[in-house]
Design a protein around this ligand. Structure first.
Ligand SMILES: N[C@@H](CCC(=O)N[C@@H](CS)C(=O)NCC(=O)O)C(=O)O
Length: 200
């Protein structure tokens, strides 16, 4: 059975939980409290030298880290990851986009507002996150006006990757009322019969 080291409120960890549930794979969840420094202990650093959750531990004790890499491992051979090279590359394209152009702004704005309660010292950084986060949301909105999912007609790990922080973007102060295609897509994702919420 897989073991996931994660924080329930982290979107990166939620990605892994959602995929495991969608695929019906059994797993054990080991809660890690980031704010208490539990990602920086010697024991945890032996699992991920980068000191971050999520970590997926396999039955032989080996560990995988980086949420989107874990998603590719778990979804390999399933309907959530197309095998055709162009489609598979489009999945990766959205996952790289998420890590470079979306998560650093949408998730960090949420971290500053929701976890840290907006300390004055980080207000300017927060404002920048809002500006660049909206830019990323605009890119998603354009795609989702054309196709029901990020990669064409099929629900894939590209959607899971971007759903994780987009569906809680309001906790970071983002107003999604001007993004009808994103809202319709979020409802589509949540309507999957095996969908689980972040706190379920
Ligand atoms: N690129 C990494 C980011 C992981 C990450 O930033 N994890 C945060 C929680 S969302 C964390 O563990 N922070 C603890 C720390 O930096 O000490 C991924 O996608 O897994």
């Amino acid at each position: 059975m897989y073991k996931v080291y994660g924080d329930y409120l982290s979107g990166n960890c939620y990605k892994v939980k959602l995929v495991l549930n969608l695929l019906g794979l059994p797993y054990q969840w080991q809660p890690i409290d980031i704010l208490k420094g539990e990602t920086q202990t010697a024991e945890f650093l032996a699992k991920n030298p980068n000191g971050k959750v999520p970590v997926l531990e396999l039955e032989d004790g080996s560990c995988l880290w980086e949420s989107n890499a874990i998603l590719n491992f778990l979804a390999d051979g399933s309907d959530l990851l197309p095998s055709e090279p162009r489609l598979r590359t489009q999945v990766l394209q959205w996952q790289f986009f998420e890590q470079y152009s979306h998560e650093p702004y949408v998730a960090v704005a949420r971290f500053i507002q929701f976890y840290l309660k907006m300390p004055d010292a980080r207000r300017a950084e927060y404002e920048n996150c809002l500006k660049d986060g909206y830019k990323a949301l605009d890119v998603m909105e354009q795609q989702l006006q054309r196709t029901p999912y990020l990669v064409g007609d099929c629900y894939s790990i590209a959607d899971i990757t971007l759903y994780a922080y987009t569906h809680v973007a309001h906790q970071g102060g983002f107003d999604l009322s001007g993004y009808p295609a994103i809202n319709a897509w979020m409802q589509r994702v949540a309507a999957h019969p095996r969908h689980v919420g972040m706190l379920d």
